[in-house]
Every structure is written in structure tokens, then in C-alpha cells.
Design a protein around this ligand. Structure first.
Ligand code: NAD
Length: 407
């Protein structure tokens, strides 16, 4: 098991020019300076919005290196002045190869936080394991004493169960019957039909074991037992609902079952924390382009359509805008957050506006390879996707040779 702390890496590799190498829904290279710029841009955004009074001072983020977890950590630190511990699973640069973007992001975050005198520690390892939980508890004891907020933002393809040792793999499949829908072949820029066969009972259970609420409960139980969860602490995990066109694969599919289990866990954790004034929430977030979402068929096409509509209405948000709003207007607004009928926080309100969803429905029926460029924001989709790996950021010299282990 890999378990290491990131510090400014002492190893040096020969400097190289780093170009994007996209393979389907993944880019196999990433740019350290681009990732650093990406993190800095998010920090600058948060600072422009201003401080959030009453936000927590000691924060643990599980799944802190990319997407919603990274954005949560940036908001906690740079709008709240919080000391943060970030847990994630990333690869450092090795033998001249680039690190994963989450590695660079986390190194860049740590550097920026420390420059401002903020406590920041990174823990790279398997968050599902007993070892990483124990290591995190030790770090909290040494560095922060206790934590006031625990953000649970893992998106993982597999989980080795810490008690049974069984390896569970998650799948994105419909339940009960096959699902045929339009999807985007992002390499060939083609809209095509895809049919996904229904999941077996075992696959449904496996997906819930990976993406359900059990591991979140284990984290909270162990933090509480170790005495490192402050009285009145808040914890939040993230979920997604989205448009009806994606429901057979998402909300009503294997991942949807896992997310219902996250809601079950939230109720149990709330009961546990309530005695000290603590709170547990599920926040339903907007669809955004992250490494996790770009791997989901159908969703990439949906996001390309959605982003165009939201941009035209001037209400498009990415991870950082969503997380700033979650902290400022829901979690730490000074009053209890409004909840939906199932007790969840909704920060996906702009995506779910009726007019937006109606337009999506109309466009979904019409979109094809021929009209993709005019109907959907595919170029923007691709730009945002590449940004996840540190490419295409203004102000970064991509012709310059750079040491892949420079961060
Ligand atoms: P992401 O892929 O950007 O980030 C996942 C994080 O989990 C990374 O920090 C990664 O290192 C970490 N991770 C994965 N496996 C790990 C392991 N075994 N141990 C430690 N860390 C591990 O994902 P994201 O899209 O930001 O998703 C985060 C959460 O937000 C998920 O619950 C997801 O369902 C939810 N969400 C995502 C979207 C979306 O559109 N992307 C929308 C709403 C809700």
C-alpha cells in the first residue's frame, strides 16, 4: 500500500516539453505548471469572492486532490483561513513520467497555503484502508488537535474492504433493463448510440460497497472514537441527480443505489453527531467536468449541452463556484440550510431550473454529429477536460521544458 506525504520533491528528472496525450476519457500526461495555475486560478476566484465568516478552522477533506474535493479544500483554506488535511490517491512523477494531476494540484495547494501561513498536510494513500485512517488521525492529533468539518468527496473505481479484504469494483450500469441512449465519442467527435446492459445483483452490491456510505461512516466513527472530531462538527458528502435523460444510467442505476446508501449513512451520522450539536449532510452538486464524470457515457454529451445553456444564461458554475456557494450560502450562512424533501442540500439548483431542463430535453432529441458544434459546447467541453490535466491554461508556456518532478 502506498502511503506517503508530499513535500517539495527532492528528485529531479530531465526537463521535457510536456504535451497532452489524450486516450478516450483520460489524458495520460499532465502539466505541473498548468495544474499549479489551475489551483491558483481557483484560489484567486475564492479570494475575489471574499472571506466566509464563521467557516470552520480545521478541515479534513477525503478525496482532496481534484474536482469537488479540491475546490472544497481551496474554499476552506482561502475563504475561511482553515488549516487543512487532504487525503487522496495519486501518483508522483517517476522515471521522467509526469505525475497525476491530483498530485500536482495537491503539491501546488500545499505550497500556496503555506505561503499564506496556513497549515496544510497531504496524505497520499488508499482512503478505504485502516492504515490511512490511522495516519490521518495521527496527523490531526499532531497538527490540528481536532477537525470541525469533514468533507467526503471520493470518486473511486474500486475498494478493498478493510474488514473482509474483498475487492469491490464499481460499475456504471442501468438496473433491470438495458439502456440505449446517445453518447459522445470525444476522440472522434461523433454522437452515437450506446447500449449498456443491466447490472447483475452482485455488481449493484459491489458499486454500493465502493461508492455508498459505509466508508464515510467508518471515517466518522473512527475520528469520533479517537476524539479528533470536535463537538458541533459538520460533515458533508456529495451526490448527483441531474436530468431525466441520464436517470436510467445514473440516478436509477448502480451509482444511484450507492448514492441512496450515502443518504442512509448521512441519517445515521447525523444521529450520532447531533448529541454534540454536529451535523451531517448530503449535498447534491451540479454536473461538472471532472475525471470521474468524463468517464461516464451519456454524461459527457449531457454536460456539453448543459454548459452551453448555462453559459448563455450566464449561470454556469464549475467546481469552485459551486463549493464557494455551498460554504457561503448553505453550510456556513449563519442559519440552517434549506433541505429538499429527502433532507438533502441542493446546490444543483441552477442546473435543475425547469427552463434549463426543458431546453435540455428538446436539444437531446435533436443533437447529432452534424449539429454537435452548434448545439453543444463541445469545444468548451474539450477545453475544460484538458484543463483538468493542466493543459490550455492562459499564461503557461507549453513550449518550455519543465522537470516533471518540479512540484
Ligand atoms: P474526482 O475524480 O475529481 O475526485 C476524486 C477524488 O477521490 C480524488 O481526490 C482522488 O484522488 C480521490 N480518490 C479516489 N480513490 C481514492 C482512494 N482509494 N483513496 C483516497 N482517495 C481516493 O471526482 P469528483 O467528480 O470531484 O467527485 C467527487 C464527489 O462528487 C463524488 O461523490 C461524486 O459522485 C460527486 N459529484 C460529482 C459530480 C460531477 O459532475 N463530477 C456532480 C455531483 C456530485
Amino acid at each position: 500500500m502506498e502511503l506517503s506525504m508530499i513535500s517539495n520533491s527532492p528528485s529531479f528528472s530531465p526537463a521535457i516539453v510536456i504535451k497532452p496525450l489524450v486516450r478516450g476519457f483520460i489524458c495520460v500526461t499532465s502539466h505541473p505548471l498548468g495544474c499549479q495555475k489551475n489551483v491558483q486560478d481557483q484560489i484567486d476566484y475564492v479570494k475575489r469572492q471574499g472571506p466566509i465568516a464563521g467557516s470552520p478552522q480545521r478541515v479534513l477533506v477525503i478525496g482532496a486532490s481534484t474536482g469537488y474535493g479540491l475546490a472544497s479544500r481551496i474554499v476552506a483554506a482561502f475563504a475561511g483561513g482553515a488549516g487543512t488535511i487532504g487525503v487522496f490517491f495519486e501518483k508522483p512523477s517517476e522515471s521522467g513520467k509526469t505525475a497525476t494531476p491530483g498530485w500536482y494540484n495537491s503539491a501546488a495547494f500545499e505550497k500556496a497555503a503555506k505561503q499564506e501561513g496556513l497549515y496544510a498536510v497531504n496524505i497520499n494513500g488508499d482512503a478505504f484502508s485502516k492504515e490511512v485512517k490511522a495516519r490521518t488521525i495521527d496527523e490531526i492529533k499532531q497538527g490540528l488537535g481536532q477537525v470541525d468539518l469533514v468533507v467526503y468527496s471520493l470518486a473511486a473505481p474500486r475498494r478493498k474492504h478493510p474488514v473482509t479484504g474483498v475487492l469491490h469494483n464499481s460499475v456504471l450500469k442501468p438496473i433491470g433493463q438495458s439502456f440505449t441512449a446517445k453518447t459522445l465519442d470525444t476522440d472522434r467527435e461523433v454522437v452515437k448510440e450506446v447500449t449498456i446492459e443491466p447490472a447483475s445483483q452482485e455488481e449493484i452490491a459491489d458499486t454500493a460497497a465502493v461508492m455508498g456510505g459505509e466508508d464515510w461512516e467508518m471515517w466518522i466513527d473512527q475520528l469520533a472514537e479517537a476524539g479528533v472530531l470536535a463537538d458541533g462538527a459538520t460533515t458533508v458528502a456529495y451526490s448527483y441527480i441531474g436530468a431525466e435523460v441520464t436517470w436510467p444510467l445514473y440516478k436509477d442505476g448502480t451509482i444511484g443505489v450507492a448514492k441512496i446508501d450515502v443518504e442512509r449513512a448521512a441519517d445515521r451520522i447525523y444521529e450520532k453527531l447531533a448529541s454534540t450539536g454536529g451535523r451531517a449532510f448530503v449535498s447534491v452538486n451540479q454536473a461538472v467536468i471532472t475525471q470521474a464524470s468524463s468517464a461516464i457515457p451519456v454524461v459527457s454529451l449531457y454536460i456539453s449541452l448543459l454548459f452551453k445553456i448555462l453559459r448563455e444564461k450566464n449561470i454556469l458554475e464549475g467546481c469552485i463556484e459551486q463549493m464557494y456557494r455551498l460554504f457561503a450560502s448553505r453550510l456556513y450562512s449563519g442559519h440552517a440550510p434549506a433541505l429538499d424533501e429527502a433532507g438533502r442540500i441542493r446546490i444543483d439548483d441552477l442546473e435543475m431550473q425547469q427552463d434549463v431542463q426543458n431546453t435540455i430535453k428538446e436539444l437531446w432529441n435533436q443533437v447529432s454529429t452534424e449539429n454537435l458544434k452548434s448545439m453543444a459546447d463541445f469545444d468548451e467541453y474539450r477545453k475544460e477536460f484538458r484543463k483538468l490535466f493542466g493543459f490550455g491554461l492562459p499564461g503557461v508556456d507549453y513550449e518550455m521544458e519543465v522537470d516533471p518532478a518540479c512540484l
